[in-house]
Each structure stands twice: as structure tokens, then as C-alpha cells.
Design a protein around this ligand. Sequence first.
Ligand code: FAD
Length: 291
Amino acid sequence: MKSAPFTYHAPTAVEEAAALLAAHGERARVLAGGQSLVPLMHRRIERPEHLVDLNRIVGLDRLEADAEGLRIGATVRQRQVEGDAAVAARWPLLVEAIAEVAHPAIRNRGTVVGSLCNADPSAELPSAALALGGTIVAAGPDGERQIPLARFFAGPGETALARSELALELRLPAPAPRTGSAWLELARRGGDLPVAGVAAVVGLDSGGRCERVRLACANAAPVPLDCGREAEALLGAAVDEEGAAAVGSAVAAAADPVDDYQGSAAERRRVLAVLVRRALLRAAARAEGRS
Ligand SMILES: Cc1cc2nc3c(=O)[nH]c(=O)nc-3n(C[C@H](O)[C@H](O)[C@H](O)COP(=O)(O)OP(=O)(O)OC[C@H]3O[C@@H](n4cnc5c(N)ncnc54)[C@H](O)[C@@H]3O)c2cc1C
């Protein structure tokens, strides 16, 4: 099947794009890489009357790392981030998670910000960026605002963005010293969306005790599941098998996963418990420079 008819807009400035979105409201959709939206349009699950393509807007293709952190513009492709040396050195969790997204051909077009705006709770990048403490910079008719990812995801396919807003960029803070991270997932085939996935970020003090921890899980709830509260149990002690396993059990109990063709909710809880334990141990080992 092919898409229902639509009017294609190719603005060259953010203000122009925001004005188009404000004018057409519910009838418009933003187009970034098109790797989620276009298949949905072809199946006529999405039938926008207006498509607002961001790809000609100057400056949205910027990928910048400095002392403050990382800024990933709305049209930066997943593949570009995956191959960037500064990202690999300072935000390796992002590279690990992107490598599990679909296949290179899809990552060549798909954007990091588009994956966040698509808000699929089973996708890798929303959970990875949440664990990294990301913030979305959005623009609309009233100007710009910042939305921490902890408040961005509202449900499957739903975000805190208004219909008249577009996401300009993702910002990630600079990692502190002695920080390690890990992305782990279980998928039925390489390139599939995960049955469940886990992003862990662990910071250690000079004595090897956990002083910062962030944990987020994919396909564990209707939104990327922020498991910061469960992970806090690790603070002040070395991250060992017993502590990591206890957090895994707590996350499994807190999760609200779906039952679908990839696995039952009960299976997903068991998978989450194992992935959380392994991801925390791997992140802690990396923080110590052991892995
Ligand atoms: C065969 C196949 C396999 C895939 N496998 C995986 C997988 O394993 N894991 C995974 O995570 N993803 C997977 N994907 C999805 C892929 O990663 C997409 O690239 C990604 O989900 C969306 O990015 P995009 O740039 O293509 O967004 P688009 O498809 O252009 O947009 C997606 C949605 O976000 C909105 N949007 C996009 N950018 C903005 C913005 N800047 N501001 C406001 N709204 C915006 C759009 O309006 C649309 O609703 C797969 C896709 C395909 C086709």
C-alpha cells in the first residue's frame, strides 16, 4: 500500500517549521529520518495531511561535544553518532545502544532525536538517553524550552511535545570521572526491537563505592522505565553480585511489561532481572577500568 495524499513542506528555518506545525496542528507530522513514520504512512496507520520535513533546516545536523556535554541535532543520523570518536570515548553507552538499532541501512537515515520523538517504549535510544540524563530542546510558536527526558515520555508514541513544537536537539551532560556504563538487551534476532533492554550508568568514588547510579529499561512499561529509585539501594557500597541481583529483582517487581508475540510479561520480568544485574556489574567494572 502507499501513503494517503499529503502536502510536503520543506522549511529552511526553525521558525518556518514551527509556524507550519502551529498552522496545521493535528493534521501535520514532522519528518526526520522517516524510518518509523513512512512505514506507518504506507500502511495508512498514520495519515498526515501535511508533512514538515526538517532535513533542509540549517544547523539541525550539528553533532557537538564540549566540556558541557553532547548536543545531537534533530537531523543527525544514528550512524553518524555511532561512528563519532568523541561520542565513543565519552558516551559509549550511546554507541552500544545504537549498534543494536535495526540495521546499518536504517541507521543511515534514522535520527537519534527521531527515535526519542517516536517514543516507542521498546526502542533502545529512549532508555539509553534517559539513563544518560538527557534533555530535549524544543521549539514552538512561543520560543524554545528544555524538557528533561524524565518528563518527556508520556506513553507509547506520546511525548510532552505539543503538536506545534518540534525537537531541535538532544543534550547529554558530560560524564563525571570514574563513570562506567553498559547497554544490554535480549532480542530474538539481530536488528529486532528488544524483548527487553537495560541501560546502566554507575559512578564510583575513590574507594570504589557507588556514588551515582542511573538505570533505565526498554520494553518494561508503557514508557522507558526509569529505575533510579530501585538502583539507589546500591549507593554507598561496592557494586557486587548480591546488590546488583537485588536491584534486578526490585526492577522486575516494579516493571509493567506487555504480553506479546515476543514474550509474556512474566518472561520479560525474568529477563529484566538478569539484564539489570549484568548491566550494573558491567558498568561498575568499566568505572573501575576493569572491562
Ligand atoms: C525495519 C526496521 C527496523 C527497525 N528496528 C528498530 C530497532 O531495533 N530499534 C529501534 O529503536 N528502532 C528501530 N526502527 C526505527 C528506527 O530506528 C527509526 O529511525 C527511529 O525510530 C525514528 O527515527 P527517524 O529519524 O526515522 O524518525 P521519523 O520516522 O522521521 O519520525 C518518527 C516520529 O517522530 C516524530 N519526529 C521525528 N523527529 C522529530 C522532531 N525533531 N521533532 C518532533 N517530532 C519528531 C515524527 O513526526 C514521527 O511521529 C526500525 C525501523 C525499521 C524500518
